[in-house]
Design a protein around this ligand. Sequence first.
Ligand code: CA
Length: 222
Amino acid sequence: MSEDPRVLLVEDDASLASMLRELLEGEGYGVEVAPDGRRALHLGLSRHFDVMVLDRGLPGIEGLDVLERLRKHGVPTPALVLSALSNPADRVEGLDRGAEDYLGKPFDIDELLARLRSLLRRHLDTSAVLRVPAGVLDTASRTVTRPDGTQVVLSERESELLAHLGRRPGQVFTRSGLLESVFQDAGEGGVVDTYVHYLRRKLGRSCVVTVRGLGYSLGPLA
Ligand code: CA
């Protein structure tokens, strides 16, 4: 179980990529590098990341095209574009096409790290759309869109519980921790089991994993 934030680093300049990898790993991030647009798309669709750092000029698919395609597939991972294309019109285009933040090259390393921290904080607290093993959860409408396109509507508590687990996939949550953070201590630990049972009835048994003796977790993303 790892709580290190995972970053997808999309950069075709090999020396810059390895410098950034070293820097980010030194700050406690788990780093995966994609050297071209196709690899970035593949990784972004198949694995969970907490944040991505995205170059624009890439072999294969341009950075913003990668981002647009990920967004179309419901991948909500916040993206910081890091690009030499950094005049105001470039920045506007990047933000309009799905980026959460934009930093021009050359950049200041401390500023990059601070922006990533800020992005992670904001995203953990407020992201409305999350990928979960059962599909894509939209917390605003409390619906899960299954891989086959069907939608399942959740109650407010069910949605909150699934979102809480989904913001840290792979992390194990104890009943008492969930009781405190999701149910504001209303009731006893049994209420957590009850809502896990409701979720499983709606979304299938494997939508939440029981970790024996510890609590609950979400399984890996498909
Ligand atoms: Ca480039």
